[in-house]
Write a protein that binds this ligand. Structure first.
Ligand SMILES: [Zn+2]
Length: 217
């Protein structure tokens, strides 16, 4: 689905096929130029189509998008990283977030809820959350320093350390007041299921990217 990574020749037609089935115009897609940081952007009609047809037009230096605009689809691209969908039915607002370990360390989901609160008066207890497929704690081997970054989400097995990326994001979200029953986890490990998903760690930087999309109708 990415216009930058992997075999991009069919990206636009893939997007069209996928989005048509959801009643979404692929030319309306709002994409971020993701940089593993913590900037969250409020997007409006004026951003419609940014990054839909060319990667260079995507919104720069951004890893999380929020909006309350209808028919404005927000896209996040991943291969191992976690995508987080947020929906506030009370104030009719949404977010789509790209959470790798660096952004998770910077609490990007918490920051996203913060901007939603500021812009739409979103309260954590009201939101529904969905996690996309990401590398699981079974496969995400990390350096020892991760146990300092994420003391509650790193497991040591023999001499190896494993990071629970989805678990850490869930933990941070619950801490803000998000309700566990309103969170839908995918529980899919992209590295284990390499025949169905892209895995950056297994396939390297040249691998393709999956797309997560959310839109208010
Ligand atoms: Zn795995």
């Amino acid at each position: 689905m990415s216009l930058d990574y992997g075999d991009t020749g069919d990206s636009l037609s893939n997007r069209k096929l996928f989005l048509n089935s959801l009643g979404i115009d692929y030319r309306a897609l709002v994409c971020a130029k993701q940089v593993h940081a913590t900037a969250v952007r409020y997007v409006t009609k004026a951003d419609r189509g940014k990054g839909a047809l060319s990667a260079s037009q995507a919104i720069a230096d951004t890893d999380s998008l929020v909006t309350n605009e209808k028919n404005l689809p927000l896209a996040i691209f991943t291969a191992d990283c976690l995508s987080v969908f947020i929906y506030d039915p009370k104030h009719s607002a949404i977010a789509n977030t790209h959470a790798g370990w660096r952004s998770t360390h910077g609490k990007i989901c918490v920051k996203t809820l913060g901007l939603m609160s500021e812009k739409f008066r979103t309260e954590p207890a009201d939101v529904y959350i969905g996690f996309g497929p990401s590398i699981g704690k079974c496969c995400y081997r990390v350096g020892k320093e991760f146990s300092n970054y994420f003391p509650q989400s790193v497991r040591k097995e023999n001499q190896n350390y494993f990071f629970d990326l989805a678990g850490e994001n869930l933990r941070q979200l619950l801490e803000t007041g998000v309700v566990l029953e309103k969170v839908s986890l995918s529980n899919i490990c992209t590295s284990c299921k390499i025949s169905e998903y892209f895995s950056f760690r297994k396939q390297g930087n040249a691998c393709g990217r999956m797309m997560s999309v959310i839109m208010l109708k």
